[in-house]
Design a protein. Structure first.
Length: 292
């Protein structure tokens, strides 16, 4: 019996030390899970948001902490000047807006030249409004599928805007994606256009329907009145932007997020008002999450 007491004491001491180690490590592990930062999406501004004052964007965006920009595709002879200007202002072009009439056979040649510019400028996404101009849907589907083949060769993804009648809402976007069925043709989801072109729905609802095909997102607010040109400063309309961001996070979206502020029909904004609307929109978005 005399030999059991030291053995018991040693056992209890070892158990006490083990418990202390486990307790000290558990909070550290829990803290590492809790404090893990969420991935920062690249936040861009569409230069057209400056309206008549687009020249001001080049200095203003860096001043308010924006490093990425969405531009109209430059003419071939302006590419080098555009690249130089971007470098001078510390801006990175993240999406270029292409343009063509898809009802015309020449559209594929036009798109190829624009996709080549995207490649030259190191841009992965080319925005396109897929309007039919009276052509049958099947013709447009076929052309966009061929355009996808071309885009793939240039390492670019064509993103189709939320516009009628091939991208009016989530259901229409989904049908268009299924018909084209090409990995290099995807969706540019425009939150404000959902409310402008539709009634009885909202941006988060429509986003969930099409999220698997969304490659780029434009964050735009709207007053919620059908077909009313009223796209105010972000956070001042009815678009549930916090929930849109929640959906994107839920599905692991990691593409560009572009601000677009198109203003209000009949209300003229001067340069000061335009700058303030864009600055306030940045402040609002940064209050909702981490952005690069």
């Amino acid at each position: 019996m005399r030999n059991l007491t030291p053995l018991l004491s040693l056992t209890l001491l070892m158990l006490s030390l083990l418990l202390t180690v486990c307790q000290s490590r558990a909070p550290e592990e829990a803290q590492s899970v809790i404090t893990e930062p969420e991935p920062a999406l690249q936040l861009a501004c569409r230069i057209n948001s400056y309206g008549a004052y687009q020249e001001a964007a080049w200095n203003h965006l860096p001043e308010i902490g924006i490093k990425h920009i969405f531009l109209n595709i430059p003419a071939a002879e302006e590419v080098e000047n555009t690249k130089k200007r971007l470098a001078e202002h510390g801006l990175n072009v993240i999406v270029l807006r292409g343009d063509t009439d898809l009802s015309q056979e020449s559209s594929l040649r036009e798109l190829e030249s624009q996709l080549a510019i995207c490649q030259d400028m190191g841009v992965e996404y080319m925005f396109l409004s897929p309007k039919r101009h009276g052509a049958a849907k099947e013709i447009i589907y076929d052309r966009l599928r061929e355009a996808g083949d071309i885009a793939q060769r240039y390492g670019v993804t064509i993103v189709l805007e939320t516009h009628p009648d091939l991208g009016t809402n989530g259901d229409v976007h989904l049908e268009t994606m299924r018909q084209i069925n090409h990995p290099s043709v995807r969706v540019n989801f425009d939150t404000g256009n959902i409310h402008y072109y539709n009634e009885g729905t909202d941006a988060p609802t429509e986003l969930r329907k099409i999220i698997d095909y969304v490659a780029t997102v434009e964050i735009k607010d709207h007053n919620g009145v059908y077909n009313d040109w009223n796209f105010p400063t972000l956070g001042q309309g009815v678009v549930d932007i916090p929930e849109v961001l929640n959906v994107l996070r839920e599905y692991g979206y990691d593409g560009p997020l572009t601000m677009e502020i198109e203003g209000i029909k009949g209300v003229k904004w001067d340069e000061k008002t335009t700058r303030q609307a864009i600055k306030d929109s940045v402040i609002y978005l940064r209050s909702l999450g981490q952005f690069d």
